[in-house]
Design a protein around this ligand. Structure first.
Ligand code: MN
Length: 323
């Protein structure tokens, strides 16, 4: 798909909505605000931005995120001329914003998840990109869009968080070059790092330590997992984002080959976040209608947490012969 198509579609449409995914991370929020700012700066148009879950406190620093409204504040009957999804791997991850997406005259999907099924009219999906922010910057560079410090701050946040601060295997030369261009524009890496990783609440840190202590190890410690029940969440007044980074803590153990965190959802189903050192997590999670990347993926298992863990363990064992 040619990037120039995006120039035409933004030019020819008036009411534009940008959406981010459920349980938002730095990449979806950074990409959403970067698109907002890029369109404002280069097309003199103001877009709407929507959040389908609560904004994690640590991301309140992202420029213009204060303009994003929760889906509850939107008129669901509204018909947008154009809806742009960023970092939304499947339309289910739009949650309640899917109504607005379905009603839109034109739709664009900008993403980097290899499991993205190209659900929009126009799809810019780059599975080799470190982050959706990298794809957004690639588009901006190719089309000669003007950038500035605020845009760079948004984009750097996405690249940094999706590469685990330039540690994961998606830390490509391109990701580093683009990040360095953001720094040239005035981004201070240590400041963004502090916002994203050193602004956790006391409850979040205590909750994570508690969860790690509950970890279960199987197959000679090659499989590590944690079950988080609703009562655990309540005990620490945990927000949804309190589990962020927990699966990586299990993967950090030398013996771990694959790790997952299973969380009891309000409706009784189970949300699973999976990480591996080499095994294909996306393939396992796709069995449960989830998806993501090879080393980082997730899914929702439509049963209670104890059964869900049994199913996931079975799927891991079926898929990974030489664990
Ligand atoms: Mn991403």
């Amino acid at each position: 798909m040619e990037f120039t198509q995006l120039n035409d579609i933004i030019k020819s449409n008036k009411n534009i909505l940008i959406t981010s995914h459920v349980n938002p991370d730095g990449d979806t929020l950074g990409a959403m605000c970067a698109m907002y700012l890029l369109i404002e700066k280069n097309f003199k148009k103001k877009c709407d931005m929507v959040l389908v879950s609560k904004l994690p406190k640590m991301y309140e620093f992202i420029p213009k995120i204060n303009l994003a409204k929760n889906i509850d504040q939107y008129d669901k009957s509204r018909e947008y001329d154009l809806v742009i999804n960023v970092d939304v791997a499947s339309s289910e991850r739009n949650c309640d914003a899917q109504i607005l997406f379905n009603k839109a005259k034109n739709t664009v999907n900008i993403d980097h998840h290899k499991t993205n099924n190209l659900y929009a009219d126009i799809n810019f999906v780059e599975p080799d990109a470190s982050s959706t922010c990298e794809v957004v910057y690639e588009i901006a560079k190719t089309l000669g869009w003007k950038t500035d410090l605020d845009i760079a701050t948004c984009l750097y946040t996405g690249i940094m968080t999706d590469t685990g601060s330039f540690r994961f295997d998606n830390t490509t030369p391109k990701a580093l070059i683009y990040a360095s261009e953001m720094v040239e524009l005035g981004v201070v890496p240590s400041v963004i790092y502090k916002y994203c990783y050193e602004s956790q609440s006391k409850n979040m840190v205590l909750f994570q330590v508690y969860c790690v202590n509950k970890a279960v190890f199987e197959n000679d410690d090659k499989i590590a997992y944690i079950k988080i029940y609703k009562k655990d969440m309540e005990k620490f007044q945990a927000q949804e984002d309190f589990t962020e980074g927990l699966t990586e803590k299990l993967r950090a153990i030398v013996s771990t080959r694959i790790a997952f965190v299973a969380k009891e959802m309000k409706n009784g189903w189970t949300k699973v976040s999976m990480r591996s050192k080499n095994a294909d997590c996306a393939k396992i999670c796709e069995k449960f209608d989830g998806g993501g990347h090879r080393l980082a993926a997730g899914c929702t298992v439509k049963c209670n947490i104890d059964n869900a863990v049994v199913k996931i363990l079975k799927e891991i064992e079926c898929n990974i012969k030489d664990l």
